[in-house]
Design a protein around this ligand. Structure first.
Ligand SMILES: [Zn+2]
Length: 191
């Protein structure tokens, strides 16, 4: 089988140790096996970011219009500026969550509350109050860059809070938290 890499517009052309993007499919590098294509992507992660590997036989049926439509949509969502919320809307959200951060459970003053989109706007979430929750500034920030900082501790706290009502056994939870901390530390120590 043979494979090429494309983002729906450009194709990857391998030239020695570097790669180029070309518009003409006829100039695209044809990989004889899938692993070679994957190898090229991992060598040039930055440049190949939005590229996908296609089986040449599938290419004719690949829906580039759909790919481009999705790209366009993503751009639009990025541009969409966040609206501001009226005091009334903010107070509805505050009451809805009993003045607590919906992630870690911390009690917040009304003035401390930040609003978090449960489904992020970038992932197609709505900007209405049904998609908004009361959130502490730390969790909000954490969610924004969820894979940096003290991710392990934060995720443990959230997990503890979310599950605490379901199993009231504190001893069990200390055990689980210890285990979870260990797992998380191992998992993210390399990150
Ligand atoms: Zn929080």
């Amino acid at each position: 089988m043979s494979y090429i890499m494309t983002n729906g517009i450009y194709y990857i052309f391998v030239q020695g140790k570097s790669i180029k993007k070309v518009l003409d499919v006829a100039k695209a590098t044809v990989f004889q096996n899938y692993d070679d294509a994957v190898g090229t992507i991992s060598k040039h992660k930055g440049k190949c970011k939005s590229y996908r590997i296609y089986d040449v036989t599938d290419l004719a049926s690949a829906d580039f219009d759909e790919i481009n439509r999705q790209k366009q949509q993503k751009k639009q969502q990025k541009k969409q500026s966040r609206r501001t919320y009226t005091p009334k809307e903010r107070s509805i959200i505050y009451k809805k969550d009993n003045g607590r951060c919906y992630l870690c459970g911390k009690e917040l003053l009304y003035s401390e509350m930040t609003l978090d989109h449960v489904i992020p706007l970038a992932k197609g979430g709505k900007d209405g109050i049904e998609n908004l929750r009361c959130c502490c500034a730390k969790c909000n920030q954490w969610k924004a860059d969820s894979y940096s900082g003290d991710f392990e501790n934060k995720i443990s706290n959230i997990y503890m809070h979310q599950m605490n009502d379901k199993i009231g056994n504190k001893f069990m939870w200390r055990f689980i938290k210890k285990y979870l901390d260990k797992q998380m530390t191992e998992l993210y120590s390399g990150a």
